[in-house]
Design a protein around this ligand. Structure first.
Ligand SMILES: [Zn+2]
Ligand SMILES: [Zn+2]
Ligand SMILES: [Zn+2]
Length: 323
């Protein structure tokens, strides 16, 4: 229920068993019931005393990702492992075969910019020790990119201000429908709601958190969605084609992050061969594929890709120079 835990700081201790398994699979556990990861051991998170619930806990801002681009999630809409799937990737995959829903965090000069709010947002932020996000920008309005928005509540709780949300009109309409309780003149009794301020975007370059963001119009089956360019990195998830007008914006790339669902074709996503053709045409020095399904096991697929093209994975970080 929205607002159920308002006033408390989420910790690994109150995560669901499934969420704990997700990040315990990725990070070696050191010891003790309070251990989250080796990184957390080096810089222990603030654990809220249950007696303090209801009052404002101390803020643990976590890692500073200024000048970094972090992959929070690289999985397709159902995630990997796929619930109930008996395939090799889902049952016997390695740590890089655990893919939460697709999202990145970009360390802009004046704060952390979150690209999309997936249903895995809470576990992604805990896994990566991120305690602050200064703005959110959306690629499009699909469930796997929007429906974790309620998880920004603790971020606003600590910052003391509403979350700026940069998006196109269809995303705002989706958010207003899906999270109607956040916009009601009568907020739900006893519960907190995400506090948001909308900033409309289109295809015009804009400045966010002290850095330049260039929106990139992309085709996603029948939908028009956005990718974004940050310095010499382009982020193009959820696409099945690049419109002609967008190609010039993909020149001179150091890194292209590109949608790639599986080997076979799909109406709204790129296949491996289609993604390779896009990567080649852009001339990007390095291409990282994302929005991956269980059809693409990490190690075997990487071994089969041409030089300069790799699968991204949850937790991967790149340097980014956002001017
Ligand atoms: Zn998606
Ligand atoms: Zn599977
Ligand atoms: Zn989509």
């Amino acid at each position: 229920m929205p607002g159920e835990r308002d006033g408390t700081l989420p910790t690994a201790l109150d995560g669901s068993i499934a969420e704990r398994i997700l990040y315990l699979r990725r990070r070696p556990v050191v010891a003790g019931p309070h251990s989250i990861s080796h990184r957390a051991m080096a810089s222990p998170p603030t654990v809220v005393d249950p007696a303090a619930r209801g009052s404002k806990p101390p803020w643990h801002p976590g890692r500073d990702l200024t000048g970094r681009l972090l992959f929070l999630g690289t999985g397709t809409s159902v995630g990997v492992p796929l619930v109930g799937c008996g395939c090799e990737t889902c049952q016997k995959g390695g740590p890089r075969d655990v893919r939460t829903r697709t999202s990145i965090l970009v360390g802009m000069p004046d704060g952390h910019l979150l690209v999309d709010t997936t249903p895995d947002l809470r576990s992604q932020l805990l896994r990566e020790d991120i305690g602050r996000v200064e703005a959110v920008i959306y690629t499009h309005d699909h469930v796997d990119h929007v429906y974790g928005l309620d998880d920004v509540r603790p971020l606003c709780f600590h910052s003391g201000r509403p979350m700026p949300v940069y998006c196109e009109e269809p995303v705002e309409l989706r958010i207003r429908r899906a999270f109607d309780y956040a916009f009601s003149s009568k907020p739900p009794a006893g519960g907190g709601v995400p506090k948001l301020t909308f900033e409309r975007i289109g295809t015009k370059p804009l400045e966010i958190l002290g850095g330049r963001v260039v929106p990139l119009r992309l085709t996603h089956g029948p939908f028009d969605v956005l990718g974004f360019r940050f310095g010499d990195i382009a982020y193009c998830t959820d696409t099945s084609g690049i419109p002609e007008a967008t190609w010039p914006l993909l020149e001179g790339l150091e890194v292209l992050v590109l949608d790639c669902l599986r080997h076979t074709t799909h109406p709204t996503h790129l296949s491996v061969s289609e993604a390779l053709a896009v990567a080649k045409r852009t001339g990007a020095k390095r291409t990282l594929l994302t929005h991956l399904s269980h059809d693409l096991p990490h190690e075997a697929t990487n071994a089969s890709l041409p030089a300069g093209v790799e699968l991204a994975y949850d937790g991967l970080e790149l340097a980014v120079a956002v001017g």
